[in-house]
Design a protein around this ligand. Sequence first.
Ligand code: FAD
Length: 437
Amino acid sequence: MKSDPIVIFWFRRDLRLDDNTGLYHALKSQYPVLPIFIFDTDILKQFETPENAQVEFIHQQLQILQKELRGYGSSIEIDHSTPEVFFDNLCKQYTIKAVYINEDYELSARRRDTDIENFLRKKDIDFLSFKDQVIFSKEDILKDDGTPYTVFTPYSKRWKQHIQPVHLQSFDNRDFFSNFYKFENDNIPSLSDLGFTQRRGLIFPPIEVSDHLIKNYNQQRDYPSIEGTSRLGIHLRFGTISIRKLIAKAQSINDTFLNELIWREFYHAITWHFPHICKGQAFKPQYDEIVWRNNETEFTAWCEGKTGYPIVDAGMRQLNETGFMHNRIRMITASFLIKHLLIDWRWGEAYFANKLLDFDFAANNGGWQWAASSGCDAVPYFRIFNPQLQTEKFDKHLEYIKRWIPDFDPLNYIPPIVNHEFARKRALDVYSNALKK
Ligand code: FAD
């Protein structure tokens, strides 16, 4: 056991050194900072396939962090077990004064953090948490009567009234980087040590987004054949970019882009205030009365991009090949699965969770419950996207469809799995029956 006291910074959704709130506070403590990361086996075992884009991204990012830390004579201690086991081991090796983290608002993460906090407190070790991945969290944005917002527009208005320059001040860590604990450790487990393999064709989007793209966001963001959105989802998910810096940029360039970042905070706030959604329940309980058809053959056709609706199929193929799907197409494919096929939105949510590079529980659940009409500020149940009309509006020249279905021939394509008009009426019946109860 090493007797010189240290503090620990535990990386999770904040894989960067720069402008990292919890890390800043750790580095300003009087003790050397040991950075750690845990490939949590409880989380990894939830992934279905050996190929997982997010695990690969984290793995790559840890190597970048390791290189940076080496420049300061330090390293990152990486473990592949559970937080309970790893902290128990660390307590046997080091004299730990405190563990610093940035907050995570998902239910399972909150439970994990409470367990670790209790374990550490018994050993007289402080557990200090900070807000980092959002500008406003928890009780920061509430209605006048002290209850949480469940509709986006008034939430975003209050959010914009609330924000002050102080919220965007960055935590300039650089002067304190000499305070990292000095040691050398090259022990980053390989992907195969973790039980994963490299996915072919996976490209991680760059961390930079041009001012030009943000300026033109309003005109371009709805057209899936144009590279008109930022692709920053994965960087926001794992904190490789600072939300404070991005919001400052959005504020100065484009209010519509800013609104999208506020949607992200809105869904995080919903997750915090309404944890029943983390347990697989509909935000609005009456929507759990819907009797789903859950036809497995149709689900497979949807997953594989073989529904006979080209815009849906192109989207699913883009997702399967690249781990990304354009927002407009996420809405169309989700609506199709839920309303045309009457398959439980939770099946689609799980499929996206496993495939999306930018998968984030709050936004994914929010998006799926929006499409299912069961969400907090959702599309009305009787609004059912018509894939043909959506194509005419957003992919008029079939550029997106042809990119993902290269041999696409409109006159000789797979027959539709279900007739649109028939499916629309069936969905209306099933929904209205369920909601009558
Ligand atoms: P941009 O359009 O450039 O937006 C910038 C950032 O704002 C995004 O990266 C994201 O962090 C945030 N954002 C934008 N739109 C939304 C939104 N509607 N809700 C919440 N945050 C938003 N987004 C995820 O980050 N992770 C998911 O797992 C996810 N699953 C979705 C599932 C469905 C069914 C639907 C309809 C939407 C989902 N979204 C999800 C929201 C949105 O589709 C993606 O954030 C967006 O397409 C990501 O592309 P981008 O980074 O280029 O976004």
